[in-house]
Ligand binder design. Sequence first.
Ligand code: PEP
Ligand code: MN
Length: 338
Amino acid sequence: MIVVIKKNQEKKQVDNLINWIKGLGLNVHLSEGENSTVLGLVGDTTKVDIDLIRTLDIVESVTRVQEPYKNANRKFHPSDSIIDVGGHKFGGRHFQIIAGPCSVESEKQVIEIAQAVKKAGATVLRGGAFKPRTSPYSFQGMGVDGLKLLKKAKAETGMPIVSEIMSEEHIDDFDGVDIMQVGARNMQNFDLLKRLGRLKTPILLKRGIAATIEEWLMSAEYIMSEGNPNVILCERGIRTYETYTRNTLDLSAIPILKERTHLPVIVDPSHASGISRLVKPMSLASVGAGADGLIIEVHNDPVHALCDGAQSLRPDQFDDAVQAVRRMLPVVDKELDA
Ligand code: PEP
Ligand code: MN
């Protein structure tokens, strides 16, 4: 339930209302914007007498929230959430480009790629250490050793790093990782989501391959309701009947999410298309649709990559794509970090 307070009301009166609501056993999220104060009532609101609240002098309006997600709901939090990752901001007018290899393969590989993507304009380095592969016989990632190499690349370049966590048993190994990625296959691993909710580390939550937008937001809710508000959503394509691309990039999810949630939304055009030559056009389309950033796979030798070579850009191709994105950003009134 959302209670909008009339403009310029005495703080004491608003506090009285909040305390009264809390007395009913509900939690109250207070959002004070420039133009309005909004109270988000969380909990079992069935006990609340909506007509009684409506009659209060300080109340502008009361609306029942239909959506089952509350923490992620823009109605409770009208302004964009801005999530800071090592000084780089996700959300609002900011635009970030995350880039790096699908998998960390060696020290030389990850550092070379990190330096190249940084030079081209990437602000955060990606690199998988634990890989969720369809086949148990495929390369599973370097594990803890891969994370160590990624942290070395962070020390070398100063770039914050993002890597996928597949199991809560590895949480301690992720110390020093700036963003923990929950991959498509784990989007509904509710125990993992709840555990990550007890951290403050930003979580990059990818959309499940067959997840509706509402299911995806409910997964964000699992993290946020445990106390971690730092969730970045990532559209990475969904499975459809189309076979010419690896997945189908659901571009319309971006403006829909922007209406429904205050969380930043980025796009992964690499996994969405599976084809390196589609990454640039899909990146531009994502910018046009209102994304807050991109996560792009880059490899210095895609042909010999241990994972996802077909969708990985070479550094020169990445540089070309970033330049095109830069030219487009003013159209959507966004800025890439310097
Ligand atoms: C990845 O980022 O390398 C990855 C496995 O992504 P997804 O979970 O979107 O498939
Ligand atoms: Mn990959």
